[in-house]
Design a protein around this ligand. Structure first.
Ligand SMILES: Cc1ncc(COP(=O)(O)O)c(C=O)c1O
Length: 390
């Protein structure tokens, strides 16, 4: 019987019987895993004897459990845990691409992913086109050399959503692989593999870890592709530590409960903001006013808790609102219990001039809010008093 994501978050990947009769998956810190004798070593390397890895850079029992749980949540055959979301993206791209190929990336993808594609992959003779973030934009950007389409759904900060079923069908018809960064959606709300997408990546630093206290990433897909990426990881060494894997397993126990709450608070607060006289515009895929609402509604179960909104004012008024908030912290990141608030113009794009920011579509009046696990009533009261300062 297929189990719900709530049950998978608690039990998937975990051995029923664990070392020392422990109820929870133990944290195994060892860097090496000795053989009983040389005969066992021979049998292991010939593939005749199943046992754990021999060296920590190739894997770890705690990591393995976290990976099986993450694969189950996304409905994929296998998962690879990495040190950060960026290392999941970088390790995947470096292992599946080769010189001479062309990549399409949607232009509002995570900034560091775009920079990696533009500046780093170019050094290895991998060309790319950054296209308008829509299925039509992607289709127009594909060339005869395109081997991979990289996109996100929803995107940051405008929460744009791509029709993943349409994308997967188009890519398959053209023998192109697809990779979707679904960090903002999480597998609770969106399972790209069910839509036919080849690889899903997440920054597990966000909702999956869920407590603002670990950095990790994951890539999920067909076992054969994940194995190829794993072999590169064994070389690059960008692993999550066993302790991170332990913390991630622990954080995932409450994943479904957290997401249900964050989905509900996100929608309530987005509606509150949309009705506020000091707010000019709100971007949240669960709102009927969002340009991608129809796509989001068709493919997502809920809309997570990242909200972007433009205030009636500019960068200074935005700072005034943020400084007047008493619950959300002024910080980057998202997905944890503590609500976080920031101005993209002064956080991820601080190094850019107002003209460059305008060219990149980063508005000066924009505020990004990651709704945490506090009471939505308290957050609404806090945002209301802060907005009324301007
Ligand atoms: C959509 C998205 N992808 C990838 C990343 C990178 O994740 P990490 O910070 O874990 O490397 C982030 C981080 O903010 C993100 O928001």
């Amino acid at each position: 019987m297929a189990r719900s994501i709530d049950t998978l978050a608690v039990h998937a990947g975990e051995h029923r019987e664990k070392a020392h009769d422990s109820l929870v998956t133990p944290l195994i810190m060892a860097t090496a895993y000795p053989f009983v004798n040389t005969a066992e070593l021979h049998a292991y390397f010939k593939g005749e004897h199943e046992r754990g890895e021999e060296y920590g850079r190739y894997g770890n029992p705690t990591q393995e459990v976290a990976e099986k749980k993450l694969a189950a949540l996304d409905g994929g055959e296998a998962a690879l845990l990495t040190s950060t979301g960026m290392s999941a993206i970088v390790t995947t791209l470096l292992s599946i691409l080769k010189p001479g190929v062309h990549v399409v990336i949607t232009a509002d993808s995570y900034r560091k992913t775009r920079v990696f594609v533009r500046e780093f992959l170019a050094k290895f003779g991998i060309e790319h086109t950054a296209c308008e973030p829509s299925l039509a934009g992607i289709q127009a950007a594909v060339t005869a050399k395109t081997r991979l389409i990289i996109t996100e759904s929803p995107t940051n900060p405008y929460l744009n959503c791509i029709d993943l079923t349409g994308l997967a069908a188009f890519a398959k018809a053209n023998r192109i692989k697809t990779m979707v960064d679904a960090t903002l959606a999480t597998p609770y709300n969106l399972r790209p593999i069910e839509h036919g997408i080849d690889l899903v990546v997440h920054s597990a630093t966000k909702y999956l870890g869920g407590h603002n206290d670990l950095l990790a990433g994951v890539v999920v897909g067909k076992a054969e592709m994940i194995q190829a990426i794993r072999e590169h990881q064994g070389m690059f060494g960008a692993l999550a530590s066993p302790f991170t894997a332990y913390m991630l397993i622990r954080g995932l126990k409450t994943f479904a409960v957290r997401m249900e709450r964050q989905n509900a608070s996100g929608l309530r607060i987005a509606r509150f903001l949309e009705a506020h006289p000091k707010v000019a515009r709100v971007w949240y895929p669960g709102l009927e006013s969002h340009p991608a609402h129809a796509i989001a509604k068709a493919q997502m179960r809920g809309f997570s808790s990242l909200i972007s909104f433009a205030i009636k004012g500019g960068i200074e008024e935005g700072s005034k609102v943020i400084d007047a908030c008493t619950i959300p912290y002024l910080a980057p990141s998202l997905g944890g219990p503590e609500s976080l608030i920031e101005q993209p113009a002064l956080m991820s794009y601080y190094d850019k001039s107002p003209e460059e920011r305008a060219r990149l579509g980063i508005r000066e009046d924009l505020i990004r809010l990651s709704v945490g696990l506090e009471s939505a009533d308290d957050l609404i009261a806090d945002l209301d008093q802060a907005l009324n300062r301007i």
